[in-house]
Design a protein around this ligand. Structure first.
Ligand code: F6P
Length: 473
């Protein structure tokens, strides 16, 4: 018996270097958590995903790679992949599910590519599936998959987890009827469907009732072949990894460097992938309002803004980057001077040690998405503050705000409120910082990513097993 995890990205990368080929495994939370579950439950793990590397390179080198799980890359033809990933997944589903209906770029080819990619990935899963395996499907790229797998393997245990928000019916109905039906019927092939919050689970359940007319009892739908449970499973982080990194010698060195550089200033910090959902322009405008409302902070604060490049081929992302950079230039030009740069901006990824050094140097983290499924940056910031210093200013539009109850919550559009909370956070007593952080750390330590994965997979098995018992009787 094994776990088959399906996600668009594979947790490995392979690169040709000067005279060798290097395969690296991602240290991401999802991979670590599923791996830990597979070890504890003594089930093997196979990961299926779309290859972003060359097939020949992989085939020639895969046997030199010593991994604790199997990798099954799926190779999609370039144009198909572009229509599947850039167009339908990221310019239709991503925009709509994050409540940006006017950003949708729906095309017939995009939807056809989405269906074709789901068929190809399902063929791969079906070819390696053995009775007893659990299939765990991740995210909006693969909403058609569960149905296709169940048609071939009616007894399969299938879980689907959506990593982004699920919108209400009024937004979802923007999609053409055939598209909505495909997505809904597809996901309903699962035994368990998980969301980050109950709000998302309720939206989904209402869409199912309205569109497919299926009744449910306590979020449990009975279908001819199987039952489907809908629930909330907020994703989390590897708490200990972030918490214990505080004392790593390299982190200490980097933190000292940052603190020394800004020794006479308070630091506000944020890090996001480039995305219009992250509210980065709002955040910058709110920071400007903060500097205008509390001019005493000028030259006494710096905003370290890290943006990680993402989905650069998609027009809306390129446009957002320009907008952000213009806003930074405007603020720095208007309020800065030869001694002080109000916003220090970096458009690059940062490695783990540097990220922890930044988190643990910051007097406040300002996280202001206009819509976000969860937002793990908020959880990482809290976990990494072993010193119990710092304030978290967090948008109520992030799933994380439901759990991080001691954060200073803000509406991402209310610049005056953000300014007020920033001022509050930066002047908060050490006792209050510690009390708030301790409360949130206790919660995160208990609700880490390992618990998330095991809760989800155990429940997938449980629902499936109850069905099988009912059939046997
Ligand atoms: O939050 C949803 C998600 O798909 C994550 O799983 C992923 O890490 C992130 O968005 C970035 O997406 P992409 O794979 O498109 O770079």
């Amino acid at each position: 018996m094994k776990i088959i995890t399906v996600s668009y990205r594979l947790p490995v990368s392979i690169k040709r270097q000067k005279d060798n080929v290097k395969i690296t495994q991602s240290a991401g939370g999802l991979a670590t958590a599923v791996l830990s579950y597979s070890e504890k439950s003594q089930k093997n793990l196979t990961w299926v995903g779309v290859a972003d590397f060359d097939q020949q390179l992989w085939e020639e080198n895969k046997n030199n790679y010593d991994s604790n799980f199997d990798i099954e890359p799926v190779y999609l033809e370039r144009r198909l992949n572009r229509n599947f990933y850039n167009v339908f997944s990221n310019s239709v589903l991503w925009s709509l599910f994050h409540y940006f209906p006017s950003f949708i770029e729906y095309t017939h080819d995009g939807f056809e590519a989405y269906k074709a990619a789901n068929e190809i990935v399902a063929d791969k899963v079906n070819s390696i599936y053995e009775p007893g395996d659990i299939v765990w499907i991740h995210d909006y790229h693969f909403m058609g998959l569960a149905k296709i797998i169940r048609e071939k393997h009616p007894q399969a245990k299938i879980g689907f987890f959506l990593h982004i928000p699920f919108p209400n019916f009024e937004i979802f109905r923007v999609l053409p009827n055939k598209v909505r039906r495909y997505l809904m019927e597809g996901v309903m092939g699962s035994n368990l469907i998980g969301f980050h919050t109950w709000e998302n689970a309720i939206h989904f359940t209402e869409c199912i009732e309205k569109m497919l007319g299926f009744p449910h009892k306590n979020f449990l739908f009975s279908q001819d072949t199987h039952r489907t449970k809908v629930g909330s499973f907020p994703i989390s982080i590897d708490f200990d990894k972030f918490h214990n990194a505080y004392d790593n010698p390299n982190v200490v060195k980097l933190r000292n460097e940052i603190k020394d550089l800004y020794k006479d200033k308070k630091i506000i910090f944020s890090v996001d992938r480039l995305d219009y959902t992250k509210g980065i322009t709002n955040r910058l405008n709110a920071y400007e309002t903060f500097l205008n409302t509390y001019p005493e902070w000028r030259e006494k604060v710096v905003f370290l803004l890290v943006i990680v490049p993402s989905r650069e081929e998609i027009t809306k992302y390129g446009e957002r980057k320009k907008m952000i950079e213009l806003t930074i230039a405007r603020i720095n030009g208007k309020l800065g001077n030869y001694k002080w740069t109000p916003v220090v901006y970096q458009y690059q990824s940062v490695d783990f040690d540097r990220l922890i050094a930044l988190y643990t140097s910051a007097d406040a983290a300002l996280i202001s998405p206009v819509r976000d499924g969860m937002n793990l940056v908020a959880k990482e910031y809290v976990a990494s503050r072993k010193d119990l210093r710092g304030a978290l200013v967090l948008s109520v539009m992030a799933g994380a705000a439901k759990e991080l109850q001691e954060s200073l919550t803000i509406n991402p559009h209310d610049f005056e409120q953000i300014a007020l909370k920033l001022n509050y956070g930066l002047t908060m007593s050490e006792e209050e910082q510690a009390r708030r952080l301790e409360h949130m750390q206790r919660y995160l330590k208990k609700h880490d990513v390992f618990r998330w994965a095991s809760d989800f997979l155990n429940e997938t098995e449980e629902i499936h097993n109850k069905d099988t018992k009912a059939v046997a009787l």
